[in-house]
Ligand binder design. Structure first.
Ligand SMILES: Nc1nc2c(c(=O)[nH]1)N[C@H]1C(S)=C(S)[C@@H](COP(=O)(O)O)O[C@H]1N2
Ligand SMILES: [Mo]
Length: 314
């Protein structure tokens, strides 16, 4: 394996070499030419996990986190409550076949297979900063579809002000769903303008390959300016709603987790500061990094929250 080979021979920190290996492969894939509609997704059950995608300038200057870190340090409470649990406990989860129910305030509701949902779109790769509310962060090359392009196909009604998402409920494969640690299924939601914002992605892959189970296979949300818990995994339903939907974490602990969950170094979590973060892959003695307002995407999204009290609507 190229990545292992480079790592074994390089005395420098592994994140640098694996990043080079990754970027080389990315350049190689980009050189592969035009993306054909329908060819972007491997067939169900195919041995290849590779995706075809268009590269974009998003995050071109950022140092990508090690794939190993991003796929073994997870939050996915359906499988385990610790960080290394989801990778081990989600091995028996089979994310294909998969279908998604689209409903609520829209003119074209329906049940779509994962393939029918994604195939009409061109996949894009975007390198985004990702910030968990627990003060760790990473930089990941996600592969997905702008959520707004996907939602438009279902013709939301003028009355739709929010979008609500749910994760699969299947306690036989998601063992923690047999417990009451959270209210299941996991739920999340966005305001319509947040959902339609061009930075918001419906993600089907990372590091050029289909999503590993522990990262939310086969599809999950990525909203790069919000805390990680908004980025709901293994989605089975999307509903357009007139009222603000109930969400898992803001229901579990409304004092600590709000509906907006915008990354904000000036609004502390009641139990810890949000001013700084530890980047996955940094050594224990590397100083924490300053957290950026809206995770560094303020120039693109701050207008969505103009006039809003950041301490009240957090
Ligand atoms: N269904 C579901 N989605 C979820 C979670 C979860 O427990 N269940 N955890 C959230 C949290 S707190 C974070 S930080 C991110 C972690 O994503 P990652 O494991 O891909 O880094 O997923 C979010 N999405
Ligand atoms: Mo998180």
């Amino acid at each position: 394996m190229l990545i292992r080979h480079l790592r074994a021979n390089d005395p420098k920190p592994s994140e640098i070499t694996s990043r080079h290996a990754y970027l080389n492969r990315r350049a190689f894939m980009a050189a592969g030419g035009a993306v054909l509609a329908g060819a972007a997704l491997p067939a169900a059950g195919a041995a290849s996990r590779r995706l075809d995608f268009a590269t974009t300038p998003h995050g071109a200057g950022l140092e990508v986190s090690d794939r190993e870190d991003a796929t073994t340090y997870n939050n996915f409470y359906e499988f385990a409550l610790d960080k290394d649990g989801p990778a081990a406990e989600s091995k028996a989860f089979r994310p294909r076949p998969w279908s998604v129910r689209i409903g609520g305030a829209c003119h074209r509701p329906g049940d779509l297979s994962f393939e029918d949902l994604i195939r009409p779109h061109r996949l894009e790769e975007r390198i985004y900063r990702f910030r968990c509310v627990e003060a760790w962060s990473m930089v990941v090359p996600w592969v997905g579809v702008p959520l707004g392009d996907l939602l438009k196909r279902f013709e939301p009604m003028g009355s739709a002000r929010y979008v609500a998402f749910r994760t699969l409920f299947d306690p036989e494969v998601m063992p923690m769903q047999k417990t009451g640690v959270l209210e299941w299924p996991y739920r999340e939601g966005l305001r319509m303008d947040e959902a339609m914002h061009p930075l918001t992605l419906m993600v089907v892959g990372m590091y050029g390959e289909v999503l590993p189970n522990q990262n939310g296979a086969p599809l999950r949300l990525i909203v790069p300016w919000k805390y990680g818990f908004k980025c709901i995994k293994s989605i089975v339903s999307i509903d357009f709603a007139e009222e603000m939907p109930r969400t898992t974490w803001s229901t579990a602990n409304p004092r600590e987790y709000g509906f907006y969950a915008n990354v904000d170094p000036e609004v502390d979590h009641p139990r810890w500061s949000q001013a700084r973060e530890r980047r996955l892959g940094d050594g224990l003695f590397t100083p924490k990094r300053d957290t950026l307002y809206l995770n560094g995407y303020a120039d693109r999204v701050a207008h969505l929250y103009a006039g809003m009290d950041r301490n009240k609507l957090f």
